[in-house]
Design a protein around this ligand. Sequence first.
Ligand code: ZN
Length: 280
Amino acid sequence: MGLVSGLRVIDECLSKGLVAGAFNTTNLETTMGIVRAVEATRVPTFVQVAPTNITLSGFEYIHDMVSRRLKDVDVPVALHLDHGRTLDDVKDSLAAGFTSVMLDGAEHPFDKNVALTQQARALTPTEYALEAELGSIGGKEDEIGPEFAATTDPNEVPAFVQAVGCDMLAVSVGNVHGYAPNARVDFDLLGKVKEASSVPLVIHGGSGLPVEQFGRFHEFNVVKVNIASDLRNAMIRSFGEAYVANPNEHSLIRVSTQAVAAIADVVERRIRHFNPRLGA
Ligand SMILES: [Zn+2]
């Protein structure tokens, strides 16, 4: 099947009552682990990368690697730009073949966020998905944190969504990037945002949220939940454990293969957390 548009992942999830995981890749092992879990669960999924994580490779490398792995996978998977900060991020990822993009203008005042996201919409073919963010999600991702964190104001949602023409909206409702100890989604606020939004919602910072919250997201029109730290930690831990077990270990392929299994395990558990009816 190969890559599909982010819109197709959204539509299939909404029509089947599923919540898509959005898993950040950086390298071959992470990509292999994610796709193995997608094949096992058959839930439509986003594979994504942020501009901060292409410094080793580039959008083209990531696109070629992900699309090659997906060629014979018959589950819809989109390749998504996570936290595009500039219009060049959007342009460059689309030029490389990405099928879904995020423009994160949430650190800017409302009007500038609207203007920037509108420009991203103009660059993004309507058959591809655009994610926007309103309310700034706190915590650090890749050592970069926002200047401030602010929850999403439900009163601002209708005008924002209408003005920018996004297909999904990232919200700040108690979720925090990374492993924040006390992060939890405020379901009262999420409910108000849901009522105000004509498009489905996205929750960032999934790695740090209590597992028992995931099973309720589908009630709130959440279509995408981002997971990055869990996968990175699984890979680093896997290599660290191999070294500690044997400081003379030199079979890179064995250790890399173990890392793929560790990542696949984390991704599959997360997909099942988001979709409890699939079973454990
Ligand atoms: Zn994020």
